[in-house]
Design a protein around this ligand. Structure first.
Ligand code: C2E
Ligand code: MG
Ligand code: MG
Ligand code: MG
Length: 292
């Protein structure tokens, strides 16, 4: 009897595996068409100064509107794109789209609007990334200093030296480099000196514990001081409450990103939000415009 039950469980398990494998294959096949069929979109979330909440720039975050499944989160499909090399075409499209948007908003604002774009390890594993970035900048005339490329410690899983060399190549073009999800990887702090980096983004998992006491504040504090010591800029990710923002200010962290300020938004919503100076809320400024 026990043997039969075991066999049954095994069959059910194998069934589940089958389904998961099929599901993944389906999603991958759909992903291959998503770009051509206009199902991908880029949303933008501001990075703000903790002092007064002013937006200093935006991060481009990819969205997939699947025709049957609805919105598929990037954590579910970016890894698939990464496995299948679709990430090259998709990543190049995100870069061009985001850089073009930054160029438009900069014109509207009358001052440079910064844009951050996430790069996957596989994108950084190919020299093509240099051509794509150079092309996007040349096409739009965006100053390279306005573009930040965000990479995670995952880039180190591949060839560290090659990754460092490509990052150096991008930086030589004037583009900035940020380490994303900082503190979650295994690489430790030493690689901060090995990679050419401008900005450290403190992972949300540290920020979420900030107001609760415990170790989080000490950890964030040491990251801020370390980054400062290396002359790097620091951004706190995933700030959701005023209490967290207040602790961050006390710890001398100057920039943040999170739902407290704004969620990632489609272009039209960003433009309505007043987050881009010069593209302010019409309801607030319609009256002011006629009196000036
Ligand atoms: P990430 O680059 O660390 O982006 C930050 C993520 O945190 C985003 O999730 C954002 O929506 C979310 N977030 C921001 N503020 C808050 C907050 O206050 N609370 C909470 N709970 N979450 C917050 P999203 O958009 O789902 O993206 C997830 C990840 O997918 C990104 O993490 C990034 O690693 C990857 N990704 C997104 N777009 C791209 C892309 O164009 N290319 C590549 N290679 N990866 C991308
Ligand atoms: Mg990021
Ligand atoms: Mg992050
Ligand atoms: Mg992340």
């Amino acid at each position: 009897l026990a043997k039969a039950a075991g066999k049954h469980r095994l069959a059910a398990f194998a069934d589940g595996m089958d389904r998961a494998v099929r599901e993944k294959a389906d999603l991958t096949a759909d992903l291959a068409r998503a770009l051509a069929e206009g199902q991908l979109a880029v949303h933008y979330q501001p990075t703000v100064l903790l002092g007064d909440g002013t937006a200093t720039g935006f991060e481009a975050l990819l969205r997939w509107h699947h025709p049957e499944r609805g919105l598929v989160p990037p954590d579910e499909f970016v890894p698939l794109a990464e496995e299948t090399a679709h990430i090259h075409a998709i990543g190049a499209w995100v870069l061009r789209t985001a850089v073009r948007q930054a160029a438009r908003w900069s014109v509207a604002a009358g001052r440079p609007v910064g844009m951050a774009v996430n790069l996957s390890p596989r994108q950084l594993g190919d020299d093509e990334v240099l051509t794509v970035v150079a092309g996007a900048l040349a096409e739009t005339g965006l100053a390279p200093q306005q573009l930040t490329l965000e990479v995670t410690e995952g880039v180190l899983v591949r060839d560290v030296d090659a990754a460092a060399e490509r990052l150096a190549g991008l930086r030589a073009m004037g583009v900035r480099i940020a380490i994303d999800d900082f503190g979650t990887g295994y690489a430790g702090l030493s690689y901060l000196r090995r990679l050419p980096v401008d900005t450290v983004k403190i992972d949300r998992s540290f920020v979420s514990g900030l107001a609760a006491g415990g170790d989080a504040a000490a950890l964030v504090s040491s990251i801020v001081e370390l980054a400062r010591g290396l002359g790097l800029d620091v951004v706190a990710e995933g700030v959701e409450t005023e209490a967290q923002a207040s602790v961050l200010r006390d710890l001398r962290c100057h920039r943040a990103q999170g739902f407290l300020y704004a969620r990632p938004l489609p272009v039209a919503d960003v433009e309505r939000s007043g987050l881009v100076p010069g593209l302010a809320r019409p309801s607030e400024h319609a009256g002011a415009a006629t009196t000036s």
